[in-house]
Design a protein around this ligand. Structure first.
Ligand SMILES: *Cc1c(COP(=O)(O)O)cnc(C)c1O
Length: 385
């Protein structure tokens, strides 16, 4: 097996984990659509016993994603939430978690509606000044869960600063790296212990798969994560693993275009008279721009806008009048999407909490795709008029 750890990102995206099939030479990793493996004698097998635990297509994908994050281990899950759930299952009743106040709605829902009931306490705080974390640390604190850029207000959290605090206090730092993708940001290199991806988004990239992944350099954490996967069963299917491997082969090309289009659109919207506020970390006047510049390779294609003097009805009207952008949840696919977080991705967060975090009713989130940017700008122009 070739080790691509010394190669650059695009070469890894295409080659890491992707061995030609030894029995046929097939260049694409086969889809091992099987639930079990024949044994020569009880306990004598080729390393595969039952497919909840191990599947060769999944293993090829895991090697690939691990390489993209410069990590030693990757475990894939049936969804991003399945991956997040596996991290939470490492905790015990009484443990405490420090996390952000602008989280993916599904993560907030899992923390408050599932794990809080199991006696785990969550502190939802503004993490833009990492030192705030220190005020919430006590002997029960076990985990810091960071999402950056945040969703949808595009705050940037300083991963390295969080990791220093985590290490000083013997805490696990996990980073949801979904918005940035491994192309733009590699949290393990900044001191994180675990990276989580909703593979559904940029890694898959074609809006045809739901999947999650956890990446770590720690053998001990990997062992726990794999034990949870095998015990609890949120494993992805081999067909989906194949689709994601195929999607990742163009991740670097797609990300370049997402970033290029994102910049053009952010610049166009910044001076638009119908827009009151725009959130995009590439602007030099974005409050966390310097941290973004330090820890990200570029600024991505996720942009949020607050419409000027717009009621919820006005906002709905604009959100429904796009012709190239599609009104849909999710992000990171080749096609441009528009989303109304207050009623879509963040509906599970109470309105008072949403307003506090700036997720107001006249906010729209754009996932800028890889179409021709002139057509996207034309579409924004007509929808906003
Ligand atoms: C989509 C998303 C998730 C959840 O992932 P699924 O694959 O939908 O389960 C978690 N975090 C972020 C930032 C996301 O965008």
């Amino acid at each position: 097996m070739n080790d691509f750890s010394k190669h650059k990102f695009g070469t890894k995206a295409i080659h890491a984990g992707a061995e030609a099939d030894p029995s046929t030479g097939a260049i694409m990793t086969p889809i091992f659509q099987t639930s079990t493996y024949v044994q020569e004698a009880p306990g004598v097998n080729k390393g595969y016993g039952y497919a909840r635990g191990k599947n060769p297509t999944r293993e090829a994908l895991q090697k690939n994603i691990a390489a993209l994050e410069n990590g030693k281990h990757c475990v894939c899950f049936s969804s991003g939430m399945g991956a997040t759930d596996a991290v939470m299952r490492m905790l015990r009743p009484g443990d405490e978690v420090i996390t952000g106040d602008d989280l993916y709605g599904g993560s907030y829902r899992m923390f408050t509606k599932i794990y809080q009931n199991y006696g785990i306490k969550f502190h939802f705080i503004n993490l833009t000044d990492a030192n705030t974390i220190k005020k919430y640390i006590n002997p029960n604190t076990k985990l810091i869960w960071v999402e950056t850029p945040t969703n949808p207000t595009m705050q940037i959290i300083d991963i390295e600063a969080c990791s220093i605090i985590a290490k000083e206090n013997n805490l696990i730092l996990a980073v949801d790296n979904t918005f940035a993708s491994p192309y733009l940001q590699n949290p393990l290199a900044l001191g994180a212990d675990i990276v989580m991806h909703s593979v559904t988004k940029y890694l898959g990239g074609h809006s045809d798969v739901v999947m999650g992944a956890l990446i770590t350099n720690s053998d001990a954490l990997h062992e726990q994560i794999y034990f949870i996967l095998n015990s609890c069963g949120a494993n992805p299917g081999p067909m989906d693993c194949f689709l994601v491997m195929r999607g990742i082969k163009t991740l670097h090309l797609r990300m370049e275009r997402h970033c290029f289009n994102g910049r053009k659109i952010a610049e166009y919207l910044k001076t638009h008279p119908k827009i009151e506020k725009i959130y995009w970390p590439g602007f030099t006047d974005h409050p966390n721009h310097l941290i973004a510049k330090k820890q990200m390779r570029d600024f991505g294609g996720m942009i949020s806008i607050v419409l000027k003097n717009a009621t919820e009805a006005d906002t709905f009207k604009i959100a429904s009048s796009f012709k190239v952008f599609s009104l849909a949840e999710s992000l990171g696919g080749v096609e441009s999407l528009i989303n109304h977080p207050a009623t879509m991705t963040h509906a599970s967060i109470p309105k008072s909490e949403r307003d506090k975090a700036g997720v107001v009713d006249n906010l729209l989130r754009l996932s800028v795709g890889v179409e021709d940017v002139e057509d996207l700008i034309e579409d924004l122009k007509q929808a906003l008029s």
